[in-house]
Design a binder for this molecule. Structure first.
Ligand code: GSH
Length: 203
């Protein structure tokens, strides 16, 4: 299996999940906007996971759930039962459909205005702050005293939430201002796999 990633991106969640799962894998740094990478993912986004099939897999949520299911012994996915699976899908949908997009105006403000002056781009970036605060608050409440994003156990959702929560580090209201989220982030920063992936992904 080969994971395509870019430093600091949501693709690092898949890398962490692969390591937690004990999966045999390699990684390749990609420039998502390059012509060559479009052959891997025509949408020009990381992550992509090549498992040797007819085309690489895309979409972080789907890839993370694939890893969790492929390595059941690692117990990185939903608990058994209809409601347990619903709860897991609910949090993964929140992360991919609400949490991640809250940051888009900050990272790609040019996609949210046809006026490309710096003033207008800065207005788009600033507009993201309120939405990011709302999703951080929701994640903080979801984690509560459990120390995890899903129920009380480590899952791929922890990896996914962790890499994206880091994006708020320099925001006016960062993850440090949310008590449960702070505790969660601190414990993730103490995880050897997490620190190793962060270090290697910057290399
Ligand atoms: N829906 C995609 C979104 C992935 C995504 O937005 N990836 C970002 C990095 S976190 C990216 O590759 N951005 C490059 C770009 O938008 O040009 C997924 O969940 O995998």
């Amino acid at each position: 299996m080969k994971l395509y990633y870019a430093p600091g991106t949501c693709a690092l969640a898949c890398w962490i999940a692969l390591e937690w799962a004990g999966a045999k894998h390699e990684v390749e740094q990609a420039d998502p906007r390059s012509e060559s990478y479009r052959k891997i993912n025509p949408l020009g986004m990381v992550p992509a996971l090549d498992i040797g099939g007819s085309r690489p897999m895309t979409q972080a949520d789907a890839i993370l759930q694939y890893i969790a299911e492929r390595y059941p012994d690692s117990d990185l996915g939903a608990d058994t039962g209809l409601e347990a699976r619903f709860e897991f899908n609910e949090i993964m949908s929140f992360l991919t459909g609400d949490f991640h997009p809250a940051f888009w105006p900050y990272f790609a403000p040019q996609r949210f205005t046809t006026d490309e002056t710096e003033e207008s781009l800065e207005a788009a970036r600033t507009a993201s702050y309120a939405r990011v605060e709302r999703v951080l608050d929701h994640l903080d409440n979801t984690i509560g005293r459990t120390g995890h994003v899903y129920r009380s156990k480590r899952t791929v959702a922890d990896a996914y939430a962790f890499v994206m929560t880091r994006w708020s580090t320099n925001f006016p209201k960062s993850w440090r201002e949310f008590p449960h989220l702070s505790h969660f982030m601190d414990s993730m920063h103490e995880d050897n796999v997490v620190t190793s992936v962060l270090a290697r992904s910057q290399a």
